[in-house]
Design a binder for this molecule. Structure first.
Ligand SMILES: [Fe+2]
Ligand SMILES: [Fe+2]
Length: 184
C-alpha cells in the first residue's frame, strides 16, 4: 500500500535519493581504493554500496503508488581524493544519516502512522550505525598506509545489516536467516 501522508512520502523520496547517491559514490570510491592498493577496503565499499541499494529499494517500494515524475532533494557527499579522504566523506555521510536524517524521518513516519515507512527508516538507521563504524576502522587502516584486515563482508538483503567475516544465525536488525546474507 502506498503511503498516505505527504511529509512521509517526501522523506521516502529524499532518502531514496540519498541512498542512491551513496550506492554510486561507494562503487566509485571502491574502484579508487582498489587502484590505490587497498583491495579489502574496496571490498568494504562494494559491499556497503549493496547495503545502500537495499535501503534505496526498500524506500522505493514503500512509496508505491502510480508511476510519476518527482523532483528529489537529497543531501549528497562529493569529492574524489585519496582513500583516507574518501572514507572521511563516507563517515560524514553515515553520521549525518544516523544523527540527523533517519531519526527525524523515523519520527515523522511514526507520528503520521506509516508503519511501512517506519520499518524502512528503522532498517536504514540501524544499518548505517554499523557502516559508520566499519568506515572508521577502514580509515584508521588507510591513514596508517595499510589495507583493512578482513576475509569477506556479509550484507543482509532485507535491511542492509553489514558484518565482517561471517553472518550471524539471525540478522540482529530484521531477523533474516544467516543463509540469506549476501557475501562479498
Ligand atoms: Fe550506509
Ligand atoms: Fe537484516
Amino acid at each position: 500500500m502506498a503511503v498516505q501522508n505527504a511529509m512521509t512520502a517526501d522523506y521516502l523520496r529524499s532518502a531514496y535519493g540519498g541512498e542512491s547517491m551513496a550506492h554510486m559514490r561507494y562503487l566509485i570510491w571502491g574502484d579508487m581504493a582498489e587502484k590505490e592498493g587497498f583491495p579489502k577496503i574496496a571490498k568494504l565499499f562494494t559491499a556497503i554500496a549493496y547495503a545502500e541499494r537495499v535501503h534505496a529499494g526498500n524506500h522505493f517500494k514503500v512509496l508505491g503508488g502510480s508511476t510519476s515524475d518527482s523532483t528529489v532533494a537529497a543531501g549528497g557527499v562529493f569529492g574524489t581524493g585519496k582513500t583516507a579522504e574518501n572514507l572521511q566523506g563516507a563517515i560524514n555521510g553515515e553520521l549525518h544519516e544516523v544523527e540527523q536524517m533517519y531519526p527525524v524521518y523515523l519520527n515523522t513516519a511514526e507520528f503520521q502512522n506509516e508503519p511501512e515507512a517506519k520499518r524502512s527508516f528503522h532498517f536504514a538507521l540501524e544499518a548505517e550505525k554499523v557502516h559508520a563504524k566499519l568506515f572508521q576502522d577502514a580509515q584508521n587502516a588507510a591513514k596508517a598506509g595499510r589495507d583493512m584486515e578482513l576475509k569477506a563482508v556479509y550484507v543482509c538483503p532485507v535491511c542492509g545489516h553489514t558484518v565482517l567475516d561471517g553472518a550471524p544465525d539471525r540478522c540482529p536488525i530484521c531477523g533474516a536467516k544467516k543463509e540469506m546474507y549476501r557475501q562479498f
